[in-house]
Design a protein around this ligand. Sequence first.
Ligand code: IPE
Ligand code: IPE
Ligand code: MG
Length: 242
Amino acid sequence: MKVEKNQIDFENLPTHIAIIMDGNGRWAQKHNKTRTEGHEAGSKTLENLTKEMDTLGIQYVTVYAFSTENWKRPKAEVDFLMGLLRQYLKRHIRQAKRDNIKIRIIGDRSMLAKDIQKQITVLEEITENKTGLGLQIALNYGGRDEIIRSMQKIGEDLLHKKVMVEEINESLFEKYLDTALIPDPDLLIRTSGEIRLSNFLLWQLAYTELYFCEKYWPDFSMNDLYQAIYHFQQRKRRFGAL
Ligand code: IPE
Ligand code: IPE
Ligand code: MG
C-alpha cells in the first residue's frame, strides 16, 4: 500500500524516531558498485532525510552510523567510513550558520581519531542552541557498551559519595546514558529487511514501536518515511496499561 503525505496526521508525529540505516553494501552489490559507493549513497540519503525531517517538524532523530561491532570489518572499509565521517563533520561545521539542526554524537568517542573527536566537539558546540531537529548520530555506539559506561560513571559517583546506593533507580540511571535528557524513541525504523536490533539503544527501545522496511538504506525516501509514520499512527500504544 502506497501512503501519500496527506494521509499523515501532522498533529501527532512521533516525537523521536530512531533509524538503523542498513543495507548500503547490498544496495551497492545490486547496482554493481563497490561497498564504498554504497556508503556514499547512504550518506546522501541521511543528508536529504534529515533536512526533510527538520522541515516536517520532527523533534528528535537518532541514527545508527557505526556500531561498536563495525570495527570487525576490513580496515579499508572502516577507513572509508571514517573519511566519510570527517567530510560530514566538516560540511556541517561549515554550514552550521544557515542550518537549524542541533547535532549530538552518542557512543564511545574516545576510540575515534583525535581530529574527529575535535570536530565533534566543535560541531556540538556550534549547534548547541539550535531550535530545529535534534539529530543524534550513533558512532562507535553499542547499547551494551553504553550501559556499561553508565555503570562505570555511577560507580565513580558512588565512590566519591555523589550518589547513594538507595538513589539508584531508572530515572537516575537514564541521566548517565548518552541519551540523557532526550525522550525514548517512539518509532524505530530498520531498513534492508533485517529484523534485529544489532545492539542499538537497548535500554531506550523498551517500549518503542518497531518498523522494518525491505528497502536498502540508499533507496529509503521521504515517502518511505511517511509510510513508516502512517503505520506507526495506526498502532495503539499501551505501555503495559489497558
Ligand atoms: C549499513 O550498511 C552501514 C553500516 C553498518 C556502516 P551495511 O554496510 O551494513 O550494508 P549491508 O548490510 O552489508 O548491506
Ligand atoms: C547495524 O548494522 C549498524 C549500523 C547500521 C551502523 P550492521 O549491518 O552492522 O548489523 P548486522 O551485522 O547486520 O547485525
Ligand atoms: Mg548491514
